[in-house]
Design a protein around this ligand. Sequence first.
Ligand SMILES: Cc1cc2nc3c(=O)[nH]c(=O)nc-3n(C[C@H](O)[C@H](O)[C@H](O)COP(=O)(O)OP(=O)(O)OC[C@H]3O[C@@H](n4cnc5c(N)ncnc54)[C@H](O)[C@@H]3O)c2cc1C
Length: 306
Amino acid sequence: MAGLACAGQLAAAGHRPLVLDKGRGIGGRMATRRVEIAGQACGFDHGAQYFTIRDPEFRMALSPLADAIAPWDDGGSEPRFVGRPGMSSLPKAMAEGIDLRQGVEVLALRRDGSAWLLETKGGLVMARHLVMTMPAPQAARLLGRDHPLVPRLDCVRMAPCLTLMAAFPGAAPRPFLHHSSGTDPLAWIAQDSSKPGRHAGLTCWVAQADPDWSAGHLEEAPDSLVRLMLPLLAKTIGAEPEMALHASAHRWRYARVTTPLGTPCLADEDGTLWLGGDWCLGARVEAAWQSGTALAKALTRHLHAG
Ligand SMILES: Cc1cc2nc3c(=O)[nH]c(=O)nc-3n(C[C@H](O)[C@H](O)[C@H](O)COP(=O)(O)OP(=O)(O)OC[C@H]3O[C@@H](n4cnc5c(N)ncnc54)[C@H](O)[C@@H]3O)c2cc1C
């Protein structure tokens, strides 16, 4: 979200940004896992569950993308929105017209004269200006301990989240949201198939473990996570684990910002390196958009001034 918001606004200002993303699908943590289950194509939003729109500028930026968004009425007091037909539909729509290379992981960075050299498996990429919008700990690792911006990145804290995706036959009645408190390891359970535009033949659930449980089980294999998490989900929704037609787990090592930086973006002294992402402002899709937008505005100002 931050990278695409930034790239879209740089492109609108007449620049030609190149976006490199190590992910196979577009959207980072705005993710949709597509799975074929019993001959039916199903999707799970296994990252962000929904987003809110509080900033009028965010609302305005989303209006041309209305086809990729739908309200998700879960009975809460604040309107919640989702991508349609999957959460990743919104970043996919934002990526249209942007030069985006997927499956390209930046493995190392270095300065070479006035340029940045990015090492990827497919070769070197050279850039005059570099914007990095991955989670703060990942950006810090690429920059190296000695980089002057790394102490700022070290102040940010992000918690992991282990996520279970499971499908059961038939339709399930509402309510479709469950927030646990206290000792239940599953902090959030949502009936993903109740979101607008989703497949209706099966009931697809997404369950997220709380940060402590996730941290304690972070290195466990996906199969073992399914063995632990599926019975907990089944118990809450009143099903038998054996009835599940599909169950898989995903590890988000840097899922939710718990201590944000408190400023929308960072730049180095000569204005060639720019850093942003949700970790600047908070654990929300909208915060990521705000950071990406702030990056584009600041970088555009810098380029015009130079
Ligand atoms: C389980 C979960 C539930 C959530 N629920 C909600 C919610 O309900 N509501 C809400 O508003 N927010 C929620 N969030 C948070 C929300 O998803 C994030 O705030 C937002 O999507 C972050 O966007 P971003 O652009 O900052 O980072 P990301 O989406 O993480 O994007 C970073 C990108 O950098 C790429 N990358 C990383 N390293 C490299 C590299 N070396 N080379 C190339 N590419 C690289 C990644 O592939 C990724 O695409 C949730 C997150 C998770 C994980």
